[in-house]
Design a protein around this ligand. Structure first.
Ligand code: GLV
Ligand code: MN
Ligand code: MN
Length: 414
């Protein structure tokens, strides 16, 4: 008979609430863009909690944080868990954070019963899961998997034209970026705890989702150059309005997603910035960032090609210059059936309800899957809402997720 694990949800909830106050915007909004003051302060707080939990810290050249609990079988690859604490503008307090602070509490719970891991347990806090700073998601895990070319890393710029080197200096990070790549076999498995960011678990009144597949994300950046001018003086037939071309392209994104033949294709034009941005001036430039995802890479890629063709056609017809960049086109990830079954059994043993599902959001697990067996533990969130300040998961829901994570780590690390 193994000793039951107890989760201190009061303490964990307090830590989640207090991390949410470290934000670029007042509560209830959480905004923590990579290496902003708020992000750096939140990272420092999490590192303190890791130290208090007796974990040894290492930070790589891009700021991925590894918090290590040594095992007795030193030759065996570690079991990893973790998530992210950066937050998109106008976000809530649970996305990513539950998987980081929840993992720290899972480790504390294991320590409380005197568990001694055979395999080491490593908590990873990934750098920039969110694409806000550089327009590309999963920066840290992508680099760990060696899935971002050096030239691409050097070409990353934020909306103020600042590169990764600038932000590494802000974060006091040094070292060779090539060293971020992990050696094969570094981890024996990876399990990420996360809110579902969708409505299935709540609708079915289930406590846990076990992820079998993660949809493949892709994104495009389009720079449109038209001709500006006086809103009163330039007559309509003479115009080359960059915003109108952008608007047509955004409609083409919707059309391509709706007509792909796959119910899982979703397309979003999440950024449309125009210049000069004055009511009495014809927009001369537009920047669009488009997000397109699918569980099926074939229908996703066909929709991507359709959007690119529509953008070229529209810009040609409207006399607009077009620079089109494929920022990322990532394959979906399949989770490890053995890990999925293990977590199903953990749920049964703990008498916690569960089902298998797919993740439509992306996560660092997408890239960890290129390096080791993976899966994710989802907990419900109210109304399936995420990436909004009213994102919410209740303490009991979080407590069950952390309990399942802790028990899974115990079985994997034994
Ligand atoms: C991650 O935040 C995503 O956009 O899926
Ligand atoms: Mn997110
Ligand atoms: Mn997330």
């Amino acid at each position: 008979m193994t000793t039951p694990l107890k989760i201190d949800i009061g303490r964990l909830q307090g830590e989640i609430d207090s991390l949410a106050l470290i934000s670029e915007n007042p509560p209830p909004v959480v905004t923590r863009v990579l290496f902003s003051e708020a992000d750096l302060a939140a990272r420092a707080r999490v590192k303190d909690l890791c130290r208090e939990a007796g974990l040894a810290l290492r930070e790589d050249a891009v700021g991925n944080i590894f918090a290590h609990w040594e095992g007795t079988r030193r030759a065996a690859p570690a079991i990893a868990t973790g998530s992210h604490i950066d937050a998109i503008p106008n976000a809530g307090k649970y996305d990513g954070v539950v998987g980081v602070l929840g993992a720290i509490e899972a480790i504390r719970a294991l320590r409380r019963i005197g568990f001694q891991p055979g395999r080491a347990i490593e908590l990873i806090v990934f750098t920039a899961e969110e694409p806000t700073r550089f327009g590309i998601g999963c920066l840290g895990s992508r680099m760990m998997a060696g899935a971002l070319a050096r030239e691409k890393i050097a070409s990353l710029r934020d909306s103020d034209g600042r590169d990764l080197e600038f932000w590494r200096r802000q974060a006091a990070l040094g070292g060779d970026l090539d060293s971020v790549r992990l050696r094969d076999g570094a981890f024996g498995g990876f399990v990420e705890l996360h809110i579902e960011q969708g409505p299935m678990l709540e609708r079915e009144n289930l406590a846990i989702g076990i992820v079998e597949k993660i949809a493949g994300p892709s994104s495009l950046r389009l720079r449109l150059t038209g001709v500006g001018g006086h809103a009163g003086a330039v007559l309509m037939p003479e115009r080359h309005d960059a915003l109108l071309a952008g608007a047509e392209i955004a409609l083409a994104v919707e059309k391509a997603a709706l007509s792909s033949g796959s119910p899982d294709t979703v397309g979003t034009t999440g950024v449309l910035r125009i210049e000069p941005g004055a009511v009495n001036s014809v927009p001369c430039r537009a920047l669009l960032e488009i997000d397109l995802r699918d569980t099926n890479p074939v229908t996703r890629d066909a929709a991507l090609a359709q959007i690119e063709a529509a953008a070229e056609r529209t810009c040609h017809q409207r006399g607009i210059g077009l620079e089109l960049e494929r920022v990322n086109v990532d394959a979906p990830a399949l989770c490890d059936p053995g890990l999925v079954e293990l977590i199903s059994r953990v749920c049964q043993d703990l008498e916690v309800s569960s089902r298998k599902l797919i993740s439509r959001a992306y996560h660092d697990t997408l890239f960890m899957a290129r390096m080791c067996p993976v899966t994710m533990i989802f907990i419900p969130c109210r109304g399936g809402v995420s990436h909004r300040p009213d994102e919410y998961a209740g303490p009991e829901q979080i407590q069950k997720g952390v309990l399942v994570l802790a028990e899974t780590l115990r079985r994997l690390a034994e």
